[in-house]
Design a protein around this ligand. Structure first.
Ligand SMILES: [Zn+2]
Length: 477
């Protein structure tokens, strides 16, 4: 009797598993992962840190990015807009989302300013699940271009309205500011909601229309504001607004904020329930912001968070054969790189005595510099804010020197630290790092594709970013 029961139990399990795999085999999913500002040299920082840093946290010394790159196919991608060489996230994002060349600042519109249907909108029409995730705010260019159509990225309010209308199944990021007005905050009928928002005191209401928040509440979305409620959320429609604007940098972030991997896992859990499949865009948005601040420590932490999210994506794709994964950047920011520099005087002596590797008195940026970058525990933006709050008499070279030592562990000479910005720039040079600009460069980016079996996917070696859109559409639609 017991044996028979066991047999029935095993048979039920077997058929359940067979049905599940038939369902997942029929699903077609596209996961587009965008590292904003993550040019090849920025990707290389993550890969070199994993591989070469003496205290690398990666046991097998390979970042998830490198593992996926090794298994998949690689393309060299130009993101050139319609009539300029340099690009912004709006144009390059629109090119990925809609497959047409357009102009910088354009959100989901073509070169003439007319709306163009995006892959997210087409997928939604065809019955697929859809989702957008970012570590900055949802109305910022990269997420916006998939679900809004405006002639400029500056129309944040209108973009917020558009995105609510397009209504992807899952939207996770920052940007509550654009859905609430000053009157909403004062309105007692919403008090029980704002009570649950841990960052409510920092809200700076931007909604032009008092009724927009009511529309959010009636939109059918489950609304979450922090990591705990995100992890418990069930969907099927989920809107996570985790900050007034962008989420804080990982390096400065408190535990109430979810990580990119938490958001990615939740979105995948919800979207995987769609029998047809889904389109999901995941953005590491603050990699770009750290690069704009020429802050390598904050950038590396964002890259590590991005890499953790890649592990979630790769695990999902390995279990779901119908999944096309694309990892790319919309453009490079900062022109980051390592270089060498000749040393002299006290710094040379100090390094010699410490046994730091030098070749003909030249510092070629030793592997331990990678650990030093990772040891930074406060963003440059936050350090500069602290400095600005000091009384004028305390803004001395000594203070700047100490603040940099405390946050970065780098000892800059007093004469190179007349103020905090100069001190941070000197510390950066001493780590062997150069930044070409605080803006974007026109350097082409890399795109990594893994196909249905998690292996290579046939793609051209060189392409324009609009072609990535065609590849995704051909696969899904
Ligand atoms: Zn940027």
């Amino acid at each position: 009797m017991v044996r028979r029961k066991l047999f029935v139990f095993i048979a039920v399990l077997f058929f359940a598993a067979a049905r599940l795999s038939a369902a997942t085999a029929a699903q077609k999913n596209v996961i587009l992962v965008i590292g904003d500002g993550t040019g090849p040299a920025v990707m290389a920082l993550l890969m070199q840190y994993a591989k070469l840093a003496p205290d690398s946290p990666y046991k097998d010394r390979l970042s998830n990015l490198e593992k996926i790159m090794g298994a998949g196919s690689l393309s060299f991608v130009f993101n050139t807009p319609v009539d300029t060489v340099a690009v912004d996230s709006a144009a390059s994002g629109t090119q990925l989302a809609a497959g047409v060349k357009t102009y910088p600042t354009a959100v989901g519109v073509d070169a003439q300013g007319g709306p163009v249907e995006t892959i997210l909108e087409k997928a939604q029409k065809a019955g697929y699940g859809t989702g957008l995730i970012t570590t900055v705010y949802l109305q910022d260019a990269t997420p916006a271009v998939f679900a809004a159509h405006r002639q400029s990225r500056k129309y944040y309010h209108e973009i917020a309205v558009d995105m609510l209308k397009t209504k992807p199944d899952v939207m996770l990021g920052g940007g509550l500011n654009y859905y609430v007005s000053k009157n909403n905050l004062k309105d007692s009928k919403y008090h029980n909601i704002f009570e649950k928002v841990h960052y409510a005191a920092a809200l700076d209401p931007q909604a032009k229309d008092d009724g927009l928040f009511e529309k959010v509440l009636k939109s059918g979305y489950q609304l979450v504001f922090d990591k705990k409620t995100l992890l418990n959320a069930k969907g099927p429609k989920l809107l996570g607004l985790f900050a007034p604007q962008a989420l804080p940098f990982v390096i400065d972030r408190k535990p109430a904020y979810p990580l990119l991997k938490d958001m990615t896992q939740k979105a995948l859990d919800i979207l995987a329930k769609n029998k047809k499949g889904f389109f999901l865009m995941v953005e590491g948005g603050a990699i770009d912001w750290a690069a704009h601040s020429n802050d390598q420590g904050a950038m590396l932490k964002e890259l590590l968070e991005f890499d953790d999210a890649l592990a979630v994506v790769a695990d999902f794709a390995a279990a779901r054969p119908g999944t096309l994964v694309i990892i790319t950047a919309d453009h490079d920011t900062g022109g980051f790189g390592f270089n060498y520099r000749a040393l002299s005087g006290a710094e040379l002596e100090q390094k010699k005595q410490a046994g730091y590797p030098l070749y003909e008195n030249t510092d070629y940026a030793a592997f331990q510099n990678l650990d030093k970058i990772a040891a930074q525990h406060r963003s440059f933006d936050a350090i500069i804010k602290d400095w600005e709050a000091l009384p004028a008499k305390n803004k001395t070279a000594k203070t700047a020197q100490k603040m940099v030592k405390d946050a970065l562990g780098v000892e800059v000479p007093e004469e190179a630290a007349p103020d905090i910005k100069a001190a941070l720039a000197q510390a950066t040079r001493m780590l062997g790092i150069v930044w070409a600009t605080r803006q974007h460069t026109a350097e082409p980016v890399l795109a990594i594709f893994t196909g249905p079996a998690g292996g290579p996917y046939p793609v051209p070696a060189v392409m324009h970013s609009t072609q990535i859109n065609k590849i995704m559409e051909e696969y899904l639609l």
